[in-house]
Ligand binder design. Structure first.
Ligand code: TYD
Length: 218
């Protein structure tokens, strides 16, 4: 169920496999939205709060985590982050640009780990009291391209990045399926193009929508 928007802000999420450039693009988008005169907040999951940083460490750099425990930990990080950071910002009229949200759980835990994607979605909706993004940007790239970037940029992969290619292929396929099923929320961008080309495509989609939202009083 899509709940009517009850806040003056705008909630934008970036999604995609590991190494598709979400962090770089969220910073460029933030600068462009601020240049248009709107207050922004860039944030991320997992790890957008103090509690979340501890959960992130457990998830990405700890020992083996069983699939259902993994899903619950991502949902716990999300519940706290949305309640204490994102909802207050949206209520204050801020444009929130968030690196990963519930669609990451549907793709990684639902499709990657082979849990039930619908159950994973419901878990996140429960955790967040049914907050869905206004805009979700899928940075789409073949697994091999993204994996090469991860290897080049980051050194040792974390626990999820180290999964085999067929895991990442399932994640990508799920993202594309989610985007196709809900085109009014998603925009799919080819992330194999140069950074500035991708940034321009994102801005051309997002900025008119930001401008449609009334500015909150400063
Ligand atoms: P992130 O910090 O975005 O890594 P990257 O910059 O490499 O994309 O996310 C960390 C990892 O956590 C990433 O491999 C995806 C995974 N993840 C999930 O499996 N489920 C989730 O709900 C979220 C938010 C992330």
């Amino acid at each position: 169920m899509v709940v009517a928007r009850e806040y003056p802000g705008l909630f934008i999420t970036l999604e995609g496999g590991d190494g598709v450039g979400k962090t770089t693009q969220s910073e460029i988008l933030r600068d462009r939205i601020e240049a248009a005169g709107r207050r922004t907040l860039t944030t991320l999951e997992p790890g957008g709060t103090e509690l979340g940083l501890s959960i992130r460490e457990l998830l990405l750099h700890g020992q083996h985590v069983s699939p259902r425990a993994e899903a619950l930990l991502y949902a716990a990080d999300r519940a706290h982050h949305i309640a204490t950071v994102v909802r207050p910002a949206l209520a204050a009229g801020t444009v929130v640009i968030q690196d990963r949200y519930l669609d990451s759980s549907i793709a990684y835990q639902g499709a990657g780990r082979d849990l039930q994607p619908d159950e994973i979605r419901d878990l996140s909706l429960w955790a967040t009291n049914s907050l869905l993004p206004d805009i979700t940007i899928l940075l789409d790239a073949p697994t091999a391209v993204a994996a090469a970037r991860v290897a080049f940029e980051k050194g040792a992969p974390d626990r999820l990045e180290a999964e085999k290619d067929d895991f990442h292929d399932r994640v990508r396929a799920k993202y594309r399926e989610l985007a196709a099923a809900e085109p009014e929320r998603w925009v799919v961008i080819d992330a194999t193009r140069p950074i500035d080309v991708v940034a321009t495509q994102i801005a051309e989609y997002v900025l008119p929508r930001v401008n449609q939202r009334p500015s909150a009083p400063e």
